[in-house]
Design a protein around this ligand. Structure first.
Ligand SMILES: NC(=O)c1ccc[n+]([C@@H]2O[C@H](COP(=O)([O-])OP(=O)(O)OC[C@H]3O[C@@H](n4cnc5c(N)ncnc54)[C@H](OP(=O)(O)O)[C@@H]3O)[C@@H](O)[C@H]2O)c1
Length: 322
């Protein structure tokens, strides 16, 4: 049985502000509640919203307590389980997603999360890639399945497809049997989404999305998953009317504007036992490729925050474990 130390290294902030405030702290390892698991973190995901939280944006009701450990998702090995936890055990390799966790985030050697917010990693992924998946994978799969209800043979546009969510959404849409037009940023982004299985790929910043979409679906596309707000207008112009559907995760800016004859839905990624089971099944069925665009050691979390705002293919991660 591994022993859990009393203190740990964590990348945390003492107040809101720029990336340079993210520094290594020595903090107490979080306590494990009866329904929680303690994860010895191997890899932590870095999302653009982490930078927003670092900068002072806090969507929860209660103000955060400092020092604040950021990081909403990641992977690692279960180091301890609460008295009520049956589904997971010490030594399990898990991935997890916990939004505004009062026990602190994944930018740390240990993270305590509700047991239902973690699950065994998919068999087709190693721990590092699994750490890049939770929030992006849940967002991608729930966009395709629950928000858009994509059906076999439908023609859809994924806008912003070379990013963390989009690179996984392309593969889940193909898994569901859709035809996919992916818009991406840059030649490297276009090449990536082609490799990931997009039927048609367009540079969403410099290409003619509408012309490509008209060729792709002369009667209009069935649905759009918007993972970027910039440049979304031609994607919406390409929808069939009436009946075209649009979904976007909250946080996409500027949010797509409502249009007559189009159903529009915004959503948040949900974590839970069933959500993770479904994600794991889809990851394995798709033999998901998980692009990691940049990786930093925990001590360079500030650099990871600078990088996440630049052009990145796939996900930015922190390597926490040795
Ligand atoms: N509510 C939730 O539960 C939830 C969960 C996850 C994510 N989100 C939100 O979902 C969005 C996507 O997240 P993410 O992690 O995938 O972000 P990301 O990695 O930054 O992906 C966005 C992608 O869109 C690209 N892009 C920007 N403008 C474009 C254009 N005109 N044409 C084509 N591509 C364009 C970006 O490229 P460049 O970087 O080169 O500009 C980037 O590759 C974010 O707004 C995030 O806040 C919400």
């Amino acid at each position: 049985m591994p022993t859990v130390p009393k203190s740990m290294r964590a990348a945390a902030i003492d107040r809101s502000g720029g990336p340079a405030l993210l520094k290594i702290h020595r903090l107490a390892v979080p306590s494990v509640g009866p329904g929680e698991v303690l994860i010895e973190v191997e890899t932590a995901g870095v999302g653009s919203w982490d930078g927003d939280i670092r900068g002072g944006w806090w969507p929860g009701d209660e103000r955060p307590k400092f020092p604040l450990v950021l990081g909403t998702d990641g992977s690692g090995v279960v180091a301890a389980v609460g008295s009520r936890v049956r589904r997971l055990k010490v030594g399990d390799r898990v991935y997890g997603y916990s939004w505004l966790n009062p026990k602190g985030g994944f930018y740390a050697e240990y993270a305590a999360v509700k047991a239902e917010h973690a699950a065994p990693i998919p068999g087709t992924l190693d721990l590092r890639r699994a750490g890049a998946v939770p929030v992006s994978g849940l967002t991608a799969l729930q966009g395709i399945d629950d928000a858009l209800h994509v059906k076999r043979g439908e023609r859809i546009i994924i806008h912003g497809a070379a990013g963390a969510v989009g690179s996984l959404a392309v593969q889940f849409a193909k898994l569901r049997g859709a035809r996919v037009l992916a818009t991406a940023s840059g030649r490297d982004g276009v090449a990536l989404v082609r490799r990931l299985g997009a039927d048609v790929a367009v540079d969403g910043k410099h290409g003619d999305i509408l012309a490509a979409a008209r060729r792709f679906a002369p009667d209009g596309v069935d649905a759009v998953l918007a993972l970027a707000g910039e440049g979304i207008a031609p994607c919406l112009d390409a929808l069939r009317r009436p009946g075209g559907r649009v979904a976007y995760p909250n946080g996409v800016e500027p949010a797509p504007r409502k249009r007559r004859g189009i159903k529009m839905k915004s959503y948040d990624a949900a974590a839970g036992v069933r959500e993770f089971e479904r994600l794991t099944r889809a990851v394995d069925q798709a033999r998901l490729k998980v692009p990691i665009g940049a990786e930093y050691p925990l001590a360079r979390a500030s650099d990871a925050h600078r990088r996440v705002d630049e052009h990145v293919l796939g996900k930015v991660v922190l390597r926490v474990g040795r």
